[in-house]
Write a protein that binds this ligand. Structure first.
Ligand code: DQQ
Length: 477
């Protein structure tokens, strides 16, 4: 059940995970352990703004419906995490879960451990924390935090995100036999200052996630820059403890609205990722709402043959599908928008447009979250000539304190390929999966509860749809 006092907040999602109250940011410690998925997350239980971080905790049998658990980690009265328990992960050592996280003290982050002796019901901090008291010598760092840990050939390996003063983001590599004594090896990679906007090397690389996918290695980093802040991924080779990237791109065009993602492998070998969907409304509005921050839907990552990551929503989400609308082949002409029947504020849409070569439109797409009087509306637009996919939020809300900058980027489509959008709308959350290879995640805050209209539009020529399916989505609470 949701705490009843949130019923008034139209912007609180109904089928995405949200904290029971107050603030959440990064997902942490994701793991499947003894048939139960565990989600920990950065949590400020006292205010709906970022602050002195705790680890919130929730469990699930299907990654979709979650049960809130008591807080799992709290900052110490003194010691290395007295100013917050920052992001981290969970591994299993000798059949026992171990959490590795960044303790924050006086704005210094240091690697700490906590053990669970009761299958992740509770966590006990290691008395010898921090296990890595200082960053590697010889660097002047802007940050040194967040962990990704794996086991290989008798060793635990760990990478930690960092930033080098006046230079780049970086990731440092360590190894250990026991998770307690760590030997520094070398930088896994140091960012290249010559990377050009919008993909620059950044001030600090937060929340590194490193894993093999297909025949490549993937390094995901959340890049904290002055502006913009976003998550990107490198594809490359891992050899002799060094990572050699050959490609870098944005993971999600939502920039800071899909940040600090973390992934894990389920028991069928699927790589599952969750990210933090930040707020786009004012701090006053957050305080008034009494909560802030949303977890993305679970995404399955795999490698596409053309060497980019394939991203798809987890099939378990389909269990939430309710009332259904289905439309088959339809041609849409400029000025004659095709409306879908109203399905409410929690909706899933699958829409397949015809191949590019059959479309004469200059721009086409969907109008969503539209109010009956047309004052509020968000547009998902594909620019046919430039292959840019974008969310235009300019008229998404009459509230001028909400984030309205457009989000989007390149989605290269072959002439024979059609635009294929899988869209999830959940009150204030929008997640778009485009052609299984590019996502855009963002927030909108329409002021009118009737701002739930959906229609298909075209400009400068006609477009045609092969089929549309849309479902009203059930609440997970
Ligand atoms: N959030 C955590 C840090 C991490 C940042 C603190 C990313 O560990 O670098 O809440 O959002």
């Amino acid at each position: 059940m949701q705490p009843f006092e949130y019923n008034f907040d139209f912007h609180r999602p109904s089928y995405h995970f949200v904290p029971p109250f107050n603030w959440m940011n990064d997902p942490n410690g994701l793991i499947l352990w003894k048939d139960t998925y565990h989600l920990f997350y950065q949590h400020n239980p006292f205010e709906s703004i970022w602050g002195r971080m705790y680890w919130g905790h929730a469990i699930s049998k299907d990654l979709i419906r979650w049960k809130h658990k008591p807080i799992a980690l709290s900052p110490g009265n003194n010691g290395p995490d007295c100013d917050g328990c920052w992001s981290g992960i969970t591994v299993i050592q000798n059949n026992r879960p171990v959490v590795i996280y960044s303790g924050n003290q006086d704005s210094q982050q240091r690697c700490c451990l906590a053990y669970s002796n009761d299958n992740l019901e509770t966590l006990e901090k290691f008395a010898g924390n921090p296990v890595i008291p200082d960053p590697p010598s010889g660097y002047s760092l802007t940050g040194f935090r967040d962990h990704c840990v794996w086991h290989n050939d008798d060793f635990w390996y760990q990478i930690i995100g960092a930033g080098i003063e006046g230079q780049n983001g970086a990731v440092f590599l360590y190894r250990s036999k026991d998770l307690i004594q760590w030997e520094y090896l070398n930088p896994l990679i140091i960012g290249d200052n010559h990377m050009t906007a919008p993909l620059s090397a950044g001030n600090i690389w937060e929340c590194p996630d490193f894993f093999p996918l297909g025949d490549q290695y993937v390094l995901i980093v959340s890049i904290d820059e002055k502006k913009p802040t976003y998550t990107g991924y490198f594809l490359g080779d891992y050899k002799d403890y060094h990572f050699f990237p050959n490609k870098f791109q944005k993971l999600d065009y939502g920039d800071m609205e899909f940040y600090a993602p973390q992934s894990f492998v389920d028991d069928s070998g699927k790589r599952i990722q969750f990210g933090w969907i930040a707020e786009g409304r004012s701090v006053d509005a957050q305080r008034e709402a009494g909560w802030a921050g949303v977890l993305s839907l679970p995404r399955i990552l795999s490698m596409q043959s053309d060497k980019c990551i394939n991203v798809q929503p987890h099939p378990n989400i389909q269990k939430l599908r309710g009332d259904h609308t289905h439309l088959t082949k339809t041609i849409i002409k400029p000025g004659y928008d095709l409306p879908l029947p109203k399905l409410g504020a929690a909706v899933e849409i699958l829409i397949e447009f015809s191949a590019q070569e059959q479309i004469t439109a200059r721009r086409y797409g969907l109008k969503i979250c539209s109010s009956p009087n047309g004052q509020e509306e968000t547009q998902i637009i594909f620019h046919h000539d430039t292959c840019r996919l974008e969310i235009n939020r300019h008229h998404s809300s009459l509230d001028d304190q909400t984030l309205k900058i457009p989000r989007g980027g390149l989605l290269n489509l072959e002439n024979r390929e059609g635009l294929y959008l899988h869209i999830f709308i959940d009150h204030s959350v929008i997640e778009i999966f485009a052609n299984n290879r590019q996502t855009i995640t963002c927030r909108v805050y329409p002021t009118h509860p009737e701002s739930t209209g959906i229609s298909i539009f075209t400009e400068g020529g006609s477009t045609s749809i092969k089929q549309i399916d849309a479902w009203k989505m059930q609440s997970i609470w």
